[in-house]
Design a protein around this ligand. Structure first.
Ligand code: MIG
Length: 800
């Protein structure tokens, strides 16, 4: 009896093993080049390979008879394919583009990517390659000794992801920590760097997926998903910049935000009633602390009904928001996707009428529990769902809201177990939650975007989203969620913003000061300083936690923080120009050292990972420790201008620097112009802002383009903008600076100042051949300041 039982168990085990085991791709059976797509039939897979650009190759694998008809959530545009050059050798096929050689071994089918000069960049594991375990798909890749991994969006821990495994499944996990995974955003895109050559892989699959960067193996790294196709884009650099730029080419670039969205923003869970919001606004003004936005957290609503206003707390929202607008304050309310299952609430009634809520397979409405208690969840993958949402968004704008703060959009329900069987339209493909979960926030943000374009086509708005997927950058900024007021989280905020920036989302920031807990005043100050150099700059605090307004830590801190925020406002012209560039190139604003100095070994050093470039001309080394007043800073090869100390530093070394609490170390790169604006209490307070361009040119020449527009409409798309260009010869040798007006279709203040740092006093200055007396020289700082009124096409400054 016992024996039979064991035998039975044994047999069961066998049968389990045989059906659940991985199937690897066998040998090539047949191939053909079909309308620019290389189709391969292999023993256990069909494969399609196509070329989008010379450095972007798409690979699709399925263990099904046919490929799915697929609509990508991340890639919304279609690309004209290139015709591949194909060689058929006895053992392999070779596909060539201008930048890559793709070798496809025939038995078994394994793919490797080579640069044109024959360097191996990336290869399938020889034995495993792509594998299927029923619905589950995986790709095993050879792991090289020095290989490093970056990106993968919003992830905790070190910037280099090597040695760790990550899951992509949008998750609301307040007070996550250094090792917690996953958090809110899923971006299945990473960068590999091998022998300083960078490539990227974008795995276009929305199901729960896993990325293992050699966490448990020194042989391979792998990525895969529980379902869907093995459908990935291989992107070759070799520059990190090119990889990120190509990824943005695929998944989209940000739109130019309203300029005020670059200003300082203050939040609290929650400011209410209306009089408190107005008090906060007035307090900022009275204290001369710049502020552009106040957030309304969940208490503004009537019992958390989305799109409602509490009658007692905000009896006249339109009037209140207008009053705030007069103070230069924009209001952004929180928006949660769950719509209270209240059959007497008109938004709910409309939603049911229009059939826009997600349902169970038996046709009944799904209800999940969240702030409003039991709630319905709009299906944003359905056009009608987004339209329904959009009408409500429009109503909120009519009340005076300038932007929206999408929260709980993972989607989060208490306990985080949104049932997998809930159905979504999925653009007509009809799928369940397993496929839609990770794109729910993306589609919710898209609903806003579509509403803005439909109802207010010429105005710019702002959406802040907690969750997201590849492509979220097109519709919203992200913040890094519910962090904690401690040093570890200051570091996480820094690295998470860098990680997102490497992953196609340039518009990113953290809850300054920490959402949960009480920061020391020193931590708060250091976090504020980091905030100056993050594209999205907002202080926030959870309910029943300490206040995080600039004055909450006493007079001395308030004084320091006022200066910090003022610095941010002075940098807004520079930052806005970087945003403009990002809309065109797709390059991020926060640029990790490995992106700007890829060939420098020091960029990969663990202790240098907290430094980054802020746009193209500034290197920041934020202080990541609350009690330190000195810090080790590394500056790459070349000359740098220390903006605080007003001194030139020779790079290519690290050094110990004094970092007094009121200073954030930042350095201007040689060959740069950096525009500084005037101090303002909010963006646009001064109509004719006067700009001062700092010019630092030691061994390198300057070539800097600067963009002006109205900051709030889309008229720039019709050409209503201006642009100037500053060109300077090396200030030591040559003595000529040209300021060109490239375009002059938006009125800007033509009176500018130019400050040459680390320079000697010239004997004479000529502007457009006329002697200039409008200058001052500070011999102590070695700064030469010249006031110029730009005119014509070209303005020449000559030094004698
Ligand atoms: O369950 O709206 O991340 O910023 O203050 C918490 C209240 C819901 C989470 C957000 C946070 C916000 C809070 N929300």
């Amino acid at each position: 009896m016992k024996k039979i039982f064991i035998l039975l168990l044994f047999m069961m085990n066998i049968s389990v093993l045989s059906s659940d085991d991985f199937k690897f791709i066998g040998k090539l059976i047949d191939f053909k080049l079909n309308d620019k797509v290389l189709t391969i039939k292999a023993e256990n897979s069909n494969i399609e390979i196509s070329i989008l650009f010379d450095n972007i190759i798409r690979l699709r694998y399925t263990n099904k008879e046919k490929f799915e008809t697929k609509r990508s959530y991340a890639i919304e545009q279609s690309f004209e394919l290139l015709t591949p050059e194909l060689k058929n050798l006895p053992d392999e096929l070779i596909l060539s583009t201008k930048e890559l050689e793709i070798k496809i071994k025939k038995n078994p089918v394994r793919i490797s990517f080579f640069s044109k000069d024959g360097k191996l960049i990336n290869a399938d594991d020889e034995s495993f390659g792509v594998a299927f375990d029923n619905d589950e798909v995986r790709s095993f890749k050879k792991l090289f000794d020095d290989e490093k991994f970056y990106g993968l969006g919003e992830k905790t821990g070190e910037l280099n992801r090597r040695g760790k495994q990550f899951v992509l499944w949008n998750t609301d996990h307040p007070a996550f920590d250094w090792n917690w995974d996953p958090v809110y955003v899923s971006i299945p895109f990473f960068i590999g760097i091998k022998e300083k050559l960078a490539y990227g892989i974008f795995f276009d699959n929305t199901y729960k997926s896993t990325f293992n960067f050699g966490a448990s193996s020194n042989r391979f790294f792998w990525f895969g998903a529980e379902k869907g196709e093995m459908d990935y884009y291989f992107i070759y650099g070799p520059d990190v910049k090119k990889v990120v730029l190509s990824y943005s080419e695929l998944t989209g670039k940000i739109e130019l935000p309203p300029k005020w969205a670059l200003g300082f923003q203050q939040s609290k869970w929650s400011y209410y009633p209306d009089s408190e919001v107005i008090d906060i606004a007035k307090k900022f003004r009275r204290k001369n602390i710049p502020l552009d936005v106040i957030y309304l957290d969940i208490h503004y609503m009537n019992e958390y009904r989305v799109f409602s206003w509490d009658k007692n707390r905000f009896p006249e929202p339109k009037k209140t928001l207008a009053e705030l607008k007069d103070l230069g304050i924009k209001i952004i309310p929180i928006i949660d996707p769950g719509v209270k299952a209240d059959k007497n609430y008109e938004v709910t009634i409309k939603g049911i009428e229009k059939d826009v809520f997600a349902k169970y397979p038996d046709g009944s409405l799904y209800q999940g529990e969240v702030w409003p208690s039991w709630s319905y969840f709009p299906d944003f993958t359905k056009k009608e769902g987004r339209e329904f949402w959009g009408e409500n968004i429009k109503n909120m704008i009519d009340v005076g809201c300038a932007g929206f703060w999408n929260d709980m959009n993972e989607p989060a329900v208490w306990g985080q177990n949104f049932p997998d069987i809930v159905q979504f339209d999925d653009y007509g493909f009809k799928s369940n939650h397993k496929k839609i979960h990770n794109v729910y926030a993306l589609e919710m943000a898209k609903a806003n975007f579509e509403a803005f374009n439909k109802y207010f086509p010429n105005k710019r708005f702002f959406t802040l989203s907690r969750a997201g997927f590849s492509g979220i950058q097109k519709y919203a900024a992200n913040w890094t969620g519910d962090n904690v007021a401690n040093e570890e989280h200051l570091r996480l905020a820094n690295l998470m913003c860098q990680g997102m920036s490497l992953s196609g989302q340039p518009f990113i920031g953290s809850d300054v000061g920490g959402f949960i807990g009480v920061p020391s005043s020193r931590l708060y100050i250091r976090w504020m300083q980091l905030g100056v150099f993050t594209p999205f700059f907002r202080a926030h605090s959870a309910v029943n936690q300490s206040d995080k307004e600039p004055w909450s830590f006493g007079d001395e801190t308030e004084h320091i923080v006022r200066h910090i925020i003022e610095l941010r406002y002075q940098l807004i012209p520079y930052l806005y120009n970087e945003f403009y560039n990002t809309t065109i190139t797709g390059l991020p604003i926060i640029r990790p050292m490995i992106m700007e100095n890829q060939n420098d070994d020091n960029s990969y050093n663990w202790d240098n990972q907290y430094q980054f470039f802020f746009g193209e001309n500034i290197l920041v080394s934020p202080v990541m420790s609350e009690n330190e007043n000195t810090k080790r800073i590394y500056l790459p090869e070349g000359k740098w201008y220390d903006f605080n100390k007003k001194a030139v530093i020779d790079g290519g070394k690290s050094f110990l620097a004094d970092v007094p609490l009121y200073q954030i170390p930042f350095f201007i790169k040689d060959g740069s112009a950096v525009p500084f604006g005037e101090k303002q209490l909010f963006v646009g307070e001064k109509k004719e802002e006067k700009l001062t361009f700092y010019i630092f040119s030691e061994d390198k020449e300057v070539n800097y383009k600067f963009y002006f527009d109205d900051g709030e409409t889309k008229d720039y798309r019709k050409g209503s903008f201006s642009q100037i260009q500053i060109l300077s010869e090396n200030m030591k040798k040559g003595k000529k600076v040209l300021i060109k007006i490239l375009k002059n279709d938006f009125a800007f203040n033509h009176k500018i100042s130019v400050v040459f740092v680390n320079t000697n006093k010239p004997e004479e200055i000529l502007i457009n051949n006329k002697k200039c007396d409008n200058y001052s020289f500070n011999s102590e700082l070695k700064e030469l300041k010249i006031d110029v009124e730009l005119s014509g096409k070209e303005n020449e400054i000559l030094f004698k």
